[in-house]
Each structure stands twice: as C-alpha cells, then as structure tokens.
Ligand binder design. Structure first.
Ligand code: F6R
Length: 607
C-alpha cells in the first residue's frame, strides 16, 4: 500500500504534492519522491525514510516553477525500502516517469522480454518494468495514451498509476485496477490521488475511479476512458463533506474497523501472483527452490502466535510436517534442541518484535534455518531471516492487529499447499479445490461483512455489562478462540479467556453461571459434535452462549450467529472478522480508545 498524488494546475506543484503526500503518509512511509518537468528533462527527487528526508533534499532546489507533477510515498512490496527503489521511476529513454501503487504480477516475464529489446533497469521494482513497458507501447503506437493502453492490456495484477511525459508536461495520464485512485476536480486545477485527504484543502469534488478506468487530465480538462479500447466513459462527480482525519480513515470512525473491512482486498493482495486458478496450483517463489522442512518450529508473539497455531493444523494436515508452535518470549529462554534439519518460521507483522528477534538469534546460533513471515518489508525479522515471505497486507495503523492476521493465515495456507505439493502428500484435486476456494474468498467476505457488523453491534449491546467472557473452540478454531479473547480484552478491557473446548471441564467450568457468557466457535466441521457436547455442559450450568456457526448446523443456544457456508479451513476467514467485529463494536459501544488502547504499543521492541 503506497500513496500517490498527481497535480496539474496554476500553483507551484512540488510543495503542494509534498503536502499531499504528508496527508497520505498513513498509507506507508519507507521512502518518498516527486517528479516534475524542468526545462527539457524530467526532474526526479527521492529519499529513503520518512517525508522529512525528502523535505531536506528539496531544500535549496529550484522547484517553484513547475505547475504540474506527481509524488509517491512508498510501502515496499518488491525490493528493499532504499532510495533506488523509491518512486517515481523513469523509463530507459528518460521521457516517461511513473508512480505506482499495487503489484505488477507478471513483471519478471515482461522484464525478461524488455531486456532482449535493449531496455535497462536500475531498481528491483515491478514499477520500473511497467514504465518501460509503457515506453515500448509508446514506441509501437506513437502516442502516449495509446501506448499506455497497449501496456495495460499486458499487465496482470493491481495498479493505480500516474504518468508524466517530458514532451507534454502539462498533461498527466493515470489508470487504476484493484488499487485506489480518485480524481479531484478544482478550478483551473485537477488532482489525482490514492485517497481524498491528499487534495482536500483544494477541492471537495471528486470522481471515484473504477477498475479499468484510464484518465487524461490537464489543468482545465479531464477525461475518463476505458483502458482497453479508449471508449470515453461518463463519471459521477461526488461532493465530499468529511474532514481530513475522517477521510484518512476512509470515512470509518477508526482505523481498526477500516482495516477489518479491508480484509477481502488483503486476501487478494496476499494471493497476487501466488495462485493459478486455471492450473489449480499455489506457488511461493520465495521458497520454491528450498527443500521441504523435516520439522518446523513456529515462533511468534500475540496475534501472530495465534496465526502460527492455526497454521500448525493445516501444515500437519496438508503437508504432513511435524510442527511445534512457540511463544517467542518462552522459546528464547528454553534449553532448545535444534539443529540444521530444523526450520524456524518467525511470524511478525511489524518484523520488529524484540522477543521474536531474540528467538531467531537463538535458533540461528543452534544451526536452524530461518524463514520469516512479515508484513513490513526490510524489517529486522526480514533481514535476520534466511528467506522471507511477505504478507502484503499494507500498513496496519490500529494497534489491535486484524488484517495482518488475515494475511498471515492466507500465507500459511499457501505454505501448506506448496509444501504439500512438493512432498507429494496433497492430491492435485485437493490443491485445486483449495486454490479455487481461496480465490473465491474475497468476494464471499466482502458480501458478508456488512451483515456481520450489524450482528456484532446487536450482540455486544446485549452483553456490554459482562465482566468476563469465555471463548471456546476446538482444532483450528482453538487459536481463533484465543484470538477472539485477546481482541476483546485488549480493546474493550473486558476480561476474556480463550480455551480449548475439551479442556473446559478440567477447570474453567467452575466459573460458569448465568452472568458469565461463553462465545463459542461451532463451525460446520468434523469436530462439531464434540463442540456441541461441550456447549451442552455450559448450558446445563445456566451459562449464556453466543455461537458462531454455519447454515445447517444443528445447535440451539441463546444466540446463533450464522456465517455463510465455506468449506474446511476457509471458514476461518469468515469467523476471524466476526470475532474482530464483536470486539470492535463492544469497545466502541463502551467508549474505549479503539485504535490506541491503554498500555499497548503497535510494535513491542522491548523485552
Ligand atoms: C494484538 C497484537 C499483538 C501483536 C504482537 C506481535 O492485537 O497486535 O499481540 O500481534 O505484539 O506483533 P508482531 O506481529 O508485529 O510481531
């Protein structure tokens, strides 16, 4: 997730672009850059780090003349967060510059072809490949608009892009597919941006661009066309009334709820370039050439630990790999028995968690190899790992992790599929059906989320007086029970305990009474009959029950919260947001500081 902005108008473009980038910094901030035409050349100024670094580079530069240009604040997905990978990127001829938010999936194939045609590359980014592909399109068609359309017809993946042409500095071209881009319409000036806050001080009239839209704009005109055949399209202009803060949250009240609703997109992004539905296969290029581990230790903290625990069930079932999952703060101080046959999978959203990093160090010293599963590109966990898989969830702003866990579960599913295939223990039919179900998940979840939120709102009001909750689940639903309890306690400050359903009768059952609610995961899986009998034990003691369940499940409890049907492990991707939504709505109803709960930090860099 990056932030992009383009401007054509009558004001000095560069300061306006940098100011716009500052309002987009919440979308990611590992490097930033601007491009504008100066004399006969495109001037590109970029810097690694936060925007302040770019400000320093702009000091004393001649930047006040350009009245059009574009900028980018980066959240790395391909290539390390260093200056050479920062946007904008120039094509080999120096005529075109591009900023890009998204993932150009077939970039390697296109790059190989462009190399044979004499194009040269100076970064590791997919974006530099895309600008050169547009350059090739320009060469073939003799026109920037047609060349852009030609290139986009070959580009697979997601993109929101803005293009500057040295030969026509007062005109910008842009396009979008599966990454956000809005057009801002001003008086004698027009804007493009990933999100409305970037240009909100100048105009509130916006066009929300759709997938497949291509835009041509100058200071006084704009036109939207179909990207493939350049047919002009009619667009509705909306008048925005949000303030900047609300706009950064996409109109949502908190980042947490915005991020919960982003999960369908997060699943799509994490799968990008990693599944082939026609062939029915999953691939993780980062580990394809590595041997399948004989044994796997998963090490993580908090929500990432719960993701790892969930992954264990799938890795054992599909890839037949013995897995042990460890809390990093315990793992690091154990008298561990590890050797070079062991692979340690370190899971961390931030990649900066001190205990996870210490666990990596201990395991490395004992000769184990380290596979990192991280969200933040170039983070310490990524750098300390021998190999790394990125979850591609975009920056997570809310302290309580939601979409990052979803992306970790997707990546773990892919790992189980890839290792199961490589070991020959997962049938091609089972792989193909899992790949199909993964591909269908984003639409299924997108449809389900609004009703799930309504149900979460209704239920939390009924239980807002509760002092404590018990969360129960079995099998892969046990880590979900732990996660549901963690989410509730960390943001609503209601005590909650996650327990394995079958373990309840060994102690916690003593707590059950009519004032002590149980939140049960009773999904349509092979363990359901066992879960049902555990819930009957709760009912026999007068304990009220909310049960997350699915159509056709025979269960009578106080509140049946029926999720859509999904098969096997895919049900998790519906149950997880339900748990998150319940915690969110409860915390909001109780008036808590949802995005920044007391005593917590987003990344725990101390022991
Ligand atoms: C809970 C939460 C934390 C983190 C934990 C590990 O909502 O966010 O429990 O999951 O601090 O953080 P990472 O994944 O960054 O290592």
């Amino acid at each position: 997730m990056c932030g992009i902005i383009g401007y054509c108008g009558h004001r000095p473009a560069v300061p306006l672009i940098v100011e716009g980038l500052r309002r987009l910094e919440y979308r990611g901030y590992d490097s930033a850059g601007v491009a504008f035409v100066q004399g006969r050349d495109i001037e590109i100024i970029k810097a690694e780090g936060k925007l302040g670094q770019l400000d320093k580079k702009l000091e004393g530069r001649d930047i006040m003349n350009a009245t059009s240009g574009m900028g980018h604040t980066r959240w790395a997905t391909h290539g390390l967060p260093v200056e050479r990978n920062a946007h904008p990127h120039l094509d080999s001829t120096g005529r075109l510059a591009l900023v890009h938010n998204g993932i150009f999936e077939n970039y390697q194939e296109v790059k190989d072809d462009l190399l044979t045609k004499g194009y040269t590359f100076h970064s590791e980014t997919d974006t530099e490949v895309l600008v050169n592909l547009i350059s090739e399109g320009l060469k073939q068609t003799g026109d920037v608009l047609k060349g852009l359309s030609w290139a986009l017809r070959q580009a697979e993946g997601s993109y929101a892009i803005v293009l500057v042409d040295r030969e026509n500095p007062g005109v910008l071209h842009a396009a979008r597919k599966s990454s956000p881009l809005v057009l801002g319409i001003g008086q004698g000036e027009n804007f493009l941006a990933s999100d409305v806050p970037a240009f909100l001080p100048y105009t509130r009239d916006v066009v929300f661009l759709d997938d497949g839209d291509l835009v041509r704009l100058d200071a006084s005109t704009w036109q939207v066309l179909r990207y493939d055949d350049l047919t002009p399209l009619e667009k509705k202009v909306h008048h925005i009334t949000w303030d900047v803060q609300a706009a950064q949250k996409g109109g949502y009240k908190h980042f947490m709820i915005k991020e919960i609703f982003e999960q369908p997109k997060v699943i799509t992004d994490c799968l990008a370039g990693r599944i082939d539905t026609a062939a029915g296969t999953a691939r993780l290029p980062e580990i394809e050439d590595l041997p399948v581990p004989k044994r796997l230790r998963i090490v993580a903290c908090g929500t990432s630990f719960h993701a790892g625990l969930w992954g264990m069930y799938l890795l054992e079932k599909w890839a037949r790999i013995p897995v042990q999952v460890e809390i990093a703060s315990e793992f690091r101080y154990r008298d561990l028995i590890l050797d070079s046959d062991d692979v340690v999978l370190a899971i961390s959203q931030s990649g900066e968690t001190a205990d996870t990093l210490a666990g990596i160090k201990v395991a490395k010293d004992l000769g184990a190899s380290i596979l990192g599963l991280c969200n933040v590109v170039g983070s310490s966990v990524a750098r300390e790992s021998d190999h790394v898989i990125y979850t591609q969830a975009g920056p997570e702003m809310s302290v309580a992790s939601t979409k990052a866990m979803c992306s970790q579960l997707v990546a773990l599913t892919l790992l189980a599929l890839v290792w199961g295939r490589k070991k020959g223990v997962l049938s091609p039919e089972a792989q193909a059906s899992a790949v199909r179900e993964l591909a269908d998940l984003p639409a299924l979840l997108d449809d389900a989320l609004p009703a799930m939120r309504d149900e979460a709102k209704r239920l939390c009001r009924l239980y807002s007086e509760a002092k404590s909750f018990l969360y129960l689940g079995r099998g892969p639903c046990f880590p979900l029970a732990l996660e549901g309890a963690l989410k509730l306690k960390e943001i609503s400050y209601i005590h909650a305990e996650g327990y394995a359903s079958g373990e309840m009768k060994h102690g916690p059952i003593a707590l059950i009474d009519p004032k002590f609610p149980t939140f049960a995961l009773a999904l349509a899986d092979e363990l359901f009959p066992k879960v049902k009998s555990n819930l009957q034990e709760v009912q026999a003691r007068g304990g009220p029950i909310i049960a997350l369940t699915q159509p056709g499940v025979d269960l009578t409890v106080d509140h049946r919260w029926v999720l859509p049907t999904a098969s096997g492990p895919m049900s998790t991707f519906l149950a997880l947001p339900a748990l998150q939504l319940f915690a969110y709505e409860m915390a909001d109803y109780l008036g808590k500081d949802v995005d920044q709960p007391r005593n917590l930090a987003k990344s725990v860099t101390v022991e």
